[in-house]
Write a protein of this length. Sequence first.
Length: 342
Amino acid sequence: MNIYRHYRPDPELEAFIVALPKTETHLHIEGCVSFEQLNAFNPKRYPNPPPFWDPSYRFESFDRFNEHFFEWVAPYHTTVANYHETAKQAFAKCAAQGVRHIEASFHLPAISWLDDDGPALLDAIHDAAPDGISVRIFGGMTHADYGRRSELLERALTWDRLAGIDLHGPEYWPVDDGIPDYWRRAKDLGKVTKAHAGEFMGAPFVEWVVDTLGVARVEHGVRAIESAQVVDILAERSIVLDVCPISNLKLAVEGVSTMSAHPIRKLMEAGVCVTVSTDDTFMFGNSLIEEYTALVQSLGFDRTALIEIARNGVRTASMDEAKRAALERELDELQRLTLDAP
Ligand SMILES: [Zn+2]
């Protein structure tokens, strides 16, 4: 398994990154299917890996990304068994890279074309988790889905194993009027609420999801950097940004023409809590080790800064407190060894 297409760490850095107890809190299950699965599923349709794995490839727009998504990964995800297989392989890759906690989402409206209902899907995804990795599953939906699927989405709030909800898809679509109230009720019922923002829309939309949807976690959020006022709001309210640098680069997010231009360091210096994840490993051909390596090779992060990223993940993820404390102790020990190193 070659997981190094974009950034390759030297062996010492690779060992350090693997040893870091990491979280992966921005992961779309469908987008993490493996090429081997698709090739076995339909060898005529998927004879070769996708052209967008090329490190120099850039999606010309989010619409183009979506077209590829529907061409490649959507047709496979019509059965609970196939979701289980995708999750099993993706979670195993996470485990091999030293990930200890995963928050992954699936497209909630997919339930309506699946061969079983939500609770069965949630059981199948949870059953895919390897030993030692805690998994929380989120239901994602686009800005338009509440109006089209309100009965399903309301029912989803009664599913015990659904940890929370996430707003995804084209960020520039108008947000359905039912979404803000749905987000508030989900939170009242104990669900964790997230939203994608600040990827294809600017800082005002990041402020909107924080203020109007009440999310404490924004997926991407990087274009908050366009407004010092919004950056201050994120820092003051301890809002977490689940950032995916290689995804931002390959989707040509405004301000990320090169990896060295990525605003992650500026956001951290302004006091924003940032974590690092992969988004869709099939669509970007990336791995979490590469994401951490990109920070070192293109943005000058040292080991203490990598530990800070991992610690932000551990401190803010939806994991039980005993596990959180144990992982924090591991990070303390790695920090001590890093400071003692010559
Ligand atoms: Zn995403």
